[in-house]
Design a protein around this ligand. Sequence first.
Ligand code: SF4
Ligand code: F3S
Length: 101
Amino acid sequence: MTFVVTDNCKGCRFTDCVAVCPVDCFHGDGDMLYIDPGECIDCGACVPECPVEAIYDESQIPDDKKSWTQVNAEKAPGLPVINQKGDALPGAEERKTALGF
Ligand code: SF4
Ligand code: F3S
């Protein structure tokens, strides 16, 4: 099993999640972060940290977001590890509002 970052992260990238991950399994590009399923230990610590509720337990992802499991698995291993909280992307607060948070 693993945890999965989904589309709400795209354009936000708040990075609160990385500060609590005990195994540094978040990787990122310029749009969002992805969890490496080979590294995630399923602790669940990151889920409540995300201000836009982008992170799901793999077994609880809504049907319309299920494709993100494969996206995370494919992208994360080839991208740099992100383990320090940084600035959110420009426009993140507006996107957060638009998402209803
Ligand atoms: Fe890291 Fe735990 Fe979140 Fe997996 S569930 S990404 S190990 S904080
Ligand atoms: Fe993305 Fe939420 Fe982390 S917006 S970077 S999953 S805190």
